[in-house]
Design a protein around this ligand. Structure first.
Ligand code: B16
Ligand code: MG
Length: 227
């Protein structure tokens, strides 16, 4: 697992859905409802494959799984109605919905002068962080409106590094999705996966959630990868 990397962590890039807040569940619920219109019952394994994937790519994947060939207009219509449902589910979000360990970790990083960024595929990321009152927390926010290619393409993370003015090799990404871990690795960044080992096996470190994730753990990881 040796990377051509700089031993100093200078920045941490957080994914949003599934890392900072459990909106991954809301995406799933909304897509499940819409997929039924194509008589397709979305499975939780399908949902894993949609995590970190843009809305546009997600609707095409679901159509393929359902075995339907909708027009571009129908795809757009389904994606737009999915978004309406998703935003309804997000309307009730409050700062209490920030997942355990995240605020402590961000505070620890800031105290140690480590830059923090958000790197999300979601076009709703700014709306969601506002609901969570985290809109003034990140040095840089890169979301689905800023990129052409969705994860597993590394564009979102590379753009975040560029805007923070740090080398990709000095960034650590925290992700919940296989597509996000692949994007981080392609960007030559350290990848921490939060979730199940079975789904995130490519990550450099896998933890069930952020409660035990600390800066010193990330620094240790850098040392191990370099040794
Ligand atoms: P939207 P992340 C991703 O966010 C979600 O994981 C994925 O399920 C969703 O389809 C994608 O954002 C696009 O979201 O429809 O809100 O633009 O995990 O990269 O923060
Ligand atoms: Mg995610």
């Amino acid at each position: 697992m040796r990377l051509d990397t700089n031993p100093n962590i200078e920045a941490v890039i957080f994914d949003l859905d599934g890392v900072i807040v459990d909106t991954a569940q809301y995406h799933y619920e909304a897509w499940k409802t819409l997929a039924l219109e194509w008589n397709y019952s979305l499975k939780s394994s399908d949902n894993e494959a949609l995590k970190g994937v843009s809305r546009k790519d997600s609707v095409s994947k679901i159509a393929a799984w359902a075995g339907v060939q909708p027009s571009a207009q129908e795809l757009e219509n389904i994606a737009s109605r999915k978004n309406t449902l998703y935003l309804e589910l997000c309307a009730e979000l409050t700062p209490d919905d920030v997942l355990a360990g995240i605020e402590n970790l961000i505070n620890e990083l800031k105290v140690n002068n480590i830059k923090v960024a958000l790197g999300s595929a979601s076009k709703n990321a700014r709306f969601v962080i506002e609901k969570l009152k985290l809109n003034n927390t990140f040095d840089v926010v890169v979301d689905g409106n800023d990129v052409l290619h969705s994860k597993p393409n590394p564009e979102v993370f590379l753009k975040a590094a560029e805007r923070m003015n740090v080398q990709p090799q000095s960034c650590c990404v925290i992700e919940d999705a296989p597509a996000g871990i692949q994007a981080a690795l392609k960007a030559q960044m350290i990848a921490v996966g939060l979730g199940k080992t079975s789904e995130l096996s490519q990550a450099h470190l896998i933890l069930p959630n952020a409660t035990n994730l600390t800066l010193s753990k990330m620094k240790q990881l850098y040392q191990q990868i370099l040794s």
